[in-house]
Design a protein around this ligand. Structure first.
Ligand code: CDP
Ligand code: MG
Length: 164
């Protein structure tokens, strides 16, 4: 895969969906010049026992596996399954790193205006968007959320006006 076809996994979390920010987020990635490769709208189910998420559906469990021992993990799984999410794959030069810059910091309080989290949210536990943090985790997350046949490759007619 050439550098220009690097891919990242971006998801609008349930709070971003409920707050009507899907279009705004898609717009930012589209206007930047990145290409949409895949998109699906889904709600992940979680088994709840006595208000605790004891067994999340494999997808979410796998997605946040690195955080499973953190104190906020049960709340995170509950939050991520509390409503639909918009899962997407975007493609382009350095899209993983640039995507993270466009998102801002994990804590919206540390995120600069002009970033998605800096512009649209306040608390770390309601930070509206997910973006892969490395090329390796992007590849893992893309294959977790999408089947290979759901990824669409196409040549944008704007390509030569975006890349020299
Ligand atoms: O999403 P990002 O990669 O920026 O951060 P992370 O460290 O991978 O954490 C994943 C998610 O866990 C965050 O986006 C927050 O939704 C949540 N989180 C939280 O609720 N409280 C924290 N102290 C840290 C993260
Ligand atoms: Mg992360």
């Amino acid at each position: 895969m050439s550098a220009k076809t690097e891919r990242t996994f971006i998801a609008v979390k349930p709070d971003g969906v409920q707050r009507g920010l899907m279009g705004e987020i898609i717009k930012r990635f589209e206007q930047k010049g990145f290409r949409l490769v895949a998109m699906k709208f889904l709600q992940v189910c979680v088994l709840m026992v006595d208000q605790d998420a004891v067994a999340s559906e494999d997808l979410l469990k796998q997605h946040y596996i690195d955080l499973k021992d953190r104190p906020f993990y049960p709340g995170l799984v509950k939050y991520m399954s509390s409503g639909p999410v918009l899962a997407m794959v975007w493609e382009g030069l350095n899209v993983v790193k640039t995507g993270r810059v466009m998102l801002g910091e994990t804590n919206p309080a540390d995120s600069k205006p002009g970033t998605i989290r800096g512009d649209f949210c306040i608390e770390v536990g309601r930070n509206i968007i997910h973006g892969s943090d490395s090329v390796d985790s992007a590849n893992t997350e893309i294959s977790l959320w999408f089947k290979p046949e759901e990824l669409v490759s196409f040549k944008s007619c704007a390509q030569q006006w975006i890349y020299e």
